[in-house]
Each structure stands twice: as structure tokens, then as C-alpha cells.
Design a protein around this ligand. Structure first.
Ligand SMILES: NC(=O)c1ccc[n+]([C@@H]2O[C@H](COP(=O)([O-])OP(=O)(O)OC[C@H]3O[C@@H](n4cnc5c(N)ncnc54)[C@H](OP(=O)(O)O)[C@@H]3O)[C@@H](O)[C@H]2O)c1
Length: 279
């Protein structure tokens, strides 16, 4: 019983691969660039690209489970290759955007829903992890200014969000890949508690042992700054998510504890785990 992990050097995928290894499950990590330096020693990495169907049969050969990132280009080829290889179960890292009222108009939602639909209508067993904002996003947004200037500039410092720890997403994936009872389940995965962006910055400051200033800026300036590290589609999603967090409490979820038996990790914990990234 081999489990193929796509994106095995990704923020979530790397913890999925490690969690499966801990459970004694044979794992086949894949990457488009299988450079051994990016993986634990002795890992046998297989080259695979979800957008290049010719790479899939070799990656999936003899596997019965798959951890998947959402790549709509080539998803039909992935389903065909997985079924041909005898894969039975797929756990997909999806997005909570698919449930939003404007999902039809939202390109992020459409991309994830396209992948979900192709898997739902296949003969594969599936579990979808529909994630909210990742805590790791703060690396894109704030890492450089915290390191270089000791400041975070925000258009909505009091907006509340409930960031999710990548290890919790991975723990859910490992459970769904290795235990019964998660087939045909779509889990909405948010962090365990809402907190303001200012509080998130304070937790990072506490983790690195240095005060980090918060400076209020205009939305236009924030858009320009975010655009330096993110594609436009991501920038607009972030700004919309932050603005929503100024008027309504963010969605939180207890699904991590319900499914894995251990509580979802807090943002304070995430900041401690990533203190080195901000120093
Ligand atoms: N950020 C958020 O707030 C958020 C919220 C909801 C859902 N999500 C979902 O989570 C994903 C990001 O997860 P993450 O933080 O773990 O990402 P990440 O660290 O950027 O890693 C993405 C992984 O995907 C793999 N990948 C990319 N293109 C591929 C392709 N064509 N074929 C095979 N593998 C490919 C990459 O592997 P190689 O480079 O090694 O090939 C990489 O390891 C998003 O793309 C989205 O679908 C994110």
C-alpha cells in the first residue's frame, strides 16, 4: 500500500509525507523538481507534474492512495491515470472559497471546484480539505518588512481572521488517508480562534523576542505592497478576506480536534514554530 504525495516539499505536503512515514506508511514523494537536497535523507523522490500527464503513470504505478494539490489543468488526465493505476483514495487540498456566495465569479473558487468536481464524478474515494487562510501566508505578507524594518503595514489592522496551521491540514490529510470513515467528506478547515491582524503581529513579535510595529496604510498602498510578493488574484483575495474581517467574526472550526483527536494549533503556536523565518 503506497501513498503518493504530490507537492511533497510544499508547506502542507511535506508534513503529510512526514506524518505518513511516522505511521509506517510507504510514501512516494513527488516534485516537479526532485532535488534530493529539498527532501529528508533516503527519500526516493519521483518526478511528477500534474500538468504534464505523461509523467503521471510512473508516479502512480502501484499506489492506492494520493495526497493531491488542486491543479485544474490536467485534472481529467490525473483521474484517468489514478484509476488506471488502481488508486482508490484521494485527499485533496481544496479551498473554503468554493463555499462562498460569489464562488462562480471567484477564480480561486472556480479552480478548486473544477478539481473537486472531476474527482467527485470519478470512481475514486475522496476527502476534500476546504481550507481557509493559511498562517503561512503571513510569510509572504510580512516576513520581509519584519526582518528588515521591524514593522508590518496594514490597511485593516483590527480585521479578524482565523489562520490555519499547515501541520493541522497535514494531520487531517494523514488521518483521512490512513483511517476509514472520511470518504465523501468535505471538511471546512479554519483556525481554532479568530484574532486581529494586530494580535497576529504581536504573536510574531513575542516569538522572535522583538517588538514589531503596526502601521496603518491605505488599501491602495497595501495592494501595491502585496503585489510585490503575490499574484493579482491572490492579492484581491487577501484584501477581500481582510475587509470581511472588519465587519464579521471570521469562521473558525473545531474539525481538527474532531477528526484527529488533538486541538487545532493556535496562531501563537504557529508563530513559535516559525520564529526563525522572521528573525
Ligand atoms: N494560502 C492559503 O491561504 C490557501 C487557502 C486555501 C487553500 N489553499 C490551497 O493550498 C495550496 C498551497 O499549499 P501550500 O502552502 O502547501 O503550497 P506550497 O508550499 O506553495 O507548495 C505547493 C506544492 O505544489 C506542488 N506543485 C505545484 N504545481 C504542481 C504541478 N503542476 N504538479 C505537481 N505538483 C505541483 C509544488 O511542488 P514542486 O514545486 O516540488 O513541484 C509544491 O510543493 C494553494 O495552491 C491552494 O490550492 C491555500
Amino acid at each position: 500500500m503506497t501513498t503518493v504525495v504530490f507537492g511533497a516539499r510544499g508547506n502542507v505536503g511535506r508534513h503529510v509525507a512526514a506524518g505518513l512515514v511516522e505511521r509506517g506508511v510507504p510514501v512516494r514523494p513527488t516534485s516537479r523538481e526532485p532535488n534530493p537536497a529539498d527532501f529528508p535523507p533516503h527519500a526516493r523522490i519521483v518526478a511528477a507534474d500534474l500538468e504534464r500527464p505523461d509523467t503521471l503513470p510512473a508516479a502512480l504505478e502501484g499506489a492506492d492512495r494520493v495526497f493531491l494539490y488542486a491543479k485544474p489543468d490536467g485534472i481529467e488526465d490525473f483521474v484517468a491515470a489514478a484509476e488506471a493505476a488502481g488508486v482508490r483514495r484521494v485527499v485533496l487540498l481544496s479551498s473554503g472559497a468554493v463555499l462562498q456566495a460569489d464562488a462562480e465569479k471567484n477564480p480561486i473558487a472556480r479552480m478548486h471546484r473544477t478539481v473537486e468536481s472531476a474527482i467527485e464524478t470519478s470512481g475514486l474515494e475522496w476527502t476534500f480539505l476546504r481550507a481557509g487562510m493559511f498562517a503561512t501566508n503571513t510569510l509572504w505578507w510580512w516576513q520581509r518588512s519584519i526582518r528588515e524594518e521591524g514593522v508590518v503595514r496594514l490597511p485593516y489592522p483590527e480585521a479578524r481572521t482565523a489562520p490555519v496551521h499547515e501541520r493541522d491540514l497535514a494531520a487531517l490529510a494523514v488521518t483521512a488517508l490512513t483511517e476509514p470513515g472520511h470518504e465523501r467528506h468535505a471538511y471546512s478547515v479554519y483556525g481554532p480562534a479568530g484574532l486581529s491582524l494586530r494580535q497576529q503581529v504581536e504573536h510574531i513579535g513575542a516569538a522572535i523576542g522583538r517588538e514589531v510595529a503596526v502601521e496603518a496604510i491605505s488599501v491602495d498602498r497595501a495592494r501595491a505592497e502585496l503585489s510585490e510578493t503575490m499574484p493579482a488574484i491572490g492579492v484581491e483575495a487577501v484584501l477581500a478576506g481582510w475587509q470581511a474581517g472588519t465587519t464579521a467574526p471570521p469562521e473558525v472550526s473545531a474539525v481538527v480536534e474532531e477528526v484527529t483527536g488533538r486541538p487545532g494549533r493556535t496562531f501563537a503556536q504557529w508563530a513559535m514554530d516559525h520564529a526563525h523565518d522572521f528573525r
